[in-house]
Design a protein around this ligand. Structure first.
Ligand SMILES: Cc1cc2nc3c(=O)[nH]c(=O)nc-3n(C[C@H](O)[C@H](O)[C@H](O)COP(=O)(O)OP(=O)(O)OC[C@H]3O[C@@H](n4cnc5c(N)ncnc54)[C@H](O)[C@@H]3O)c2cc1C
Length: 282
């Protein structure tokens, strides 16, 4: 059992991971590698103390070097759901389960929102995990929504199982070229189905019928991740100590609200780490 599970490899997650590591806590850190992918996108940063006019790419490289130097390792998985276990939490990521005494959301702002009616049909034809649910689509016609090139291996895996895939690749330069995959240019607008998923409404005004839907995103909506987590205007409600409404669950960075800034993310990650250390001591 880990002392803390940190979800997100942005500045907030890094800051918390560093402090927890220094205090000798057993952590598991979920997210993308290399870390701080959003930082790398900034052309020039003028408000990070001590590093005037640093490029985003250089700051991200510094963050990565700091993590490496401290011996931090990233578990390169998207967390799909968090289940309260009465005293601790189980986290599902891909086909794996992990247990932790405390959980820190450092998930940033949810860039890819869920489609209308999607959340209601999760587990009833809508899936977030190709590895877990791929077998269910064997021989079927499915739709796949994918938000990042680095998840394309999951599409290839699904294509080995499904009869046909309608693929909505919501990123540039899709590299999937398989005989049973049709690359759609329309945007999915909503999810159809009462008891089970039955199809998608599209930006063209048409309807696409399918047996199942796989949503391959780099982030999962907060309410899907942990349904009882209290949110306000799309952000996680936290106390001054970065505590959420749920016991031993904390949040830091952009996911707690504006301003969306590195220094706020780093500061909140540090405060959350200290709250976690205190909670573990108690
Ligand atoms: C182009 C650009 C320029 C910017 N310039 C500045 C600037 O000059 N100054 C400034 O202060 N700020 C700037 N920002 C804002 C800054 O990037 C953010 O405030 C900061 O990155 C927030 O850090 P964070 O750790 O909260 O979230 P993020 O950096 O967004 O990191 C969150 C991470 O969590 C991961 N994640 C989410 N859900 C899951 C899940 N379920 N499982 C696993 N991983 C998950 C995401 O993939 C992401 O990697 C800029 C942003 C952009 C896009």
């Amino acid at each position: 059992m880990f002392d803390a599970a940190i979800i997100g490899t942005g500045p907030a997650g890094l800051s918390a991971a560093l402090t927890l590591q220094i205090h000798g806590k057993q952590i598991i850190w979920f997210g993308a590698k290399p870390i701080c992918e959003k930082v790398a996108k900034a052309e020039i940063i003028n408000n990070y103390p001590g590093l005037p006019a640093i490029s985003g790419a250089d700051l991200a490289a510094q963050f990565q070097a700091h993590a490496d130097q401290m011996g931090l390792t990233v578990t390169e998985q998207v967390v799909n759901s968090i289940i309260p276990m009465g005293g601790h939490y189980a986290l599902s990521a891909g086909a794996d389960f992990y247990e932790a005494k405390t959980v820190l959301f450092a998930t940033g702002i949810a860039a890819a929102g869920t489609l209308p009616h999607e959340a209601e049909l999760v587990g009833r034809g809508v899936s977030y995990c190709a590895t877990c649910d791929g077998m269910l689509c064997r021989g079927k016609n499915i739709a796949v929504i994918c938000t990042a090139k680095r998840l394309e291996h999951e599409i290839s895996y699904l294509a080995e199982l499904a009869a046909h895939i309608d693929l909505f690749a919501l990123y540039k330069d899709c590299g999937i070229d398989l005989p049973n995959v049709t690359l759609r240019t329309e945007k999915p607008q909503g999810v159809l189905g009462e008891e089970r998923f039955s199809g998608l409404t599209l930006s063209s005004g048409e309807t696409l019928e399918a047996d199942g839907l796989f949503c391959l995103r780099t982030a999962i909506s907060l309410n899907t991740l942990l349904p009882d987590l209290q949110t306000q205007d799309g952000h996680i409600k936290v106390s001054r100590n970065q505590e959420t409404n749920l016991p031993h669950v904390y949040a830091a960075g952009d996911c707690t609200g504006r301003p969306y800034q590195y220094t706020k993310a780093v500061g909140e990650g540090n405060v959350a780490a200290h709250s976690i250390i205190q909670a573990l001591a108690e």
